[in-house]
Design a protein around this ligand. Structure first.
Ligand code: ATP
Ligand code: MG
Length: 262
């Protein structure tokens, strides 16, 4: 059972997971997790290595489908629609629920093409001018436009690590997502690049539902308004970020946030 802090404001759920368990073969990696992801906040997933944060995150846009042994039980809804239902188009789903990974992974293509690719395949651009506009707007929202506007034809892989990660965020934004999942997006970045991504998350907050997995308690406290603490495949405690960090209820949460293990 998850301890849910009682003083949460009523919010609209963008995504809703009910009794979700995830298996790799016979091994249960996520055990009976239920959570509502609000549309207007950043939600942080924290917990020790191996507790299932990435597994659960991947189940939210069916990235687990790419792992043959992975199996998801329970239901996950996006705007009330079952994302594992037979009518769900997975390519469409992954545009609506975008993902940014630990290691920046730009395509080995130009900066422009990195952003333009998604809108093109999803038919979101009405001609070249419209596509140019989407590329510019996405790069602006990702705080990268001024740094790259004169070199859009350079390879995305030629950018610095921090710039590459903002490029990947711009790429996710370009297809007009509703939710952005970020799995330790700063763990390969230096403190300055990390600060830029954190600023960016603050700017994107409210426009997209954002979920960030992080090993940095400071980062969770800085960027999120909701925090879920995971331990051994279970979601132990969920609440406002300020409450989780200042008034944790469960012993395991207390131990983790005070650094007794991790
Ligand atoms: N592709 C896979 N095949 C089999 N088992 C897996 C796979 N991916 C993860 N696991 C197992 O599932 C459990 C949860 O792993 P997961 O990567 O979700 O944890 P995590 O909380 O993201 O850890 P970290 O903080 O180290 O990234 C672990 O026991 C892990 O070994
Ligand atoms: Mg992980």
């Amino acid at each position: 059972m998850t301890v849910v802090h009682p003083n949460l404001e009523q919010t609209e759920a963008k995504m809703r997971a009910r009794s979700v368990s995830v298996y790799y073969g016979d091994k249960k990696a996520i055990d009976d997790v239920s959570i509502e992801i609000p549309s207007e906040f950043v939600t942080a997933f924290i917990g020790p290595s191996g507790c299932g944060k990435s597994t659960f995150l991947r189940s939210l846009n069916r990235m687990n489908d790419t792992i043959p042994s992975a199996r998801v039980e329970g239901t996950i809804e996006l705007d009330g629609e079952d994302i594992y239902g037979s009518g769900m188009d997975v390519v469409q789903l992954r545009a609506r629920v975008g993902m940014v990974f630990q290691k920046p992974n730009p395509f080995p293509k130009s900066i422009y093409e990195n952003i333009a690719y998604g809108p093109k395949i999803h038919g979101l651009a009405d001609g070249k001018d419209d596509l140019d506009e989407i590329v510019e707007r996405s790069l602006q929202r990702a705080g990268l436009w001024n740094e790259v506007k004169d070199r859009l034809s350079d390879s995305g892989t030629a950018l610095s690590g921090g710039q590459q990660q903002r490029l990947c965020i711009a790429r996710a934004i370009a297809v007009d997502p509703e939710v952005i999942l970020m799995d330790e997006p700063c763990s390969a970045l230096d403190p300055i690049a990390t600060a830029k991504i954190e600023e960016l998350i603050a700017e994107l907050n409210g426009r997209y539902a954002i979920i960030i997995v992080t090993h940095s308690m400071q980062q969770a406290a800085r960027v999120s308004q909701r925090t879920a603490f995971f331990h051994l495949g279970k979601m132990v405690e969920y609440g406002r970020t300020s409450d989780i960090f200042t008034n944790p209820i469960e012993e395991r949460t207390k131990d983790y946030i005070t650094g007794r293990y991790g």
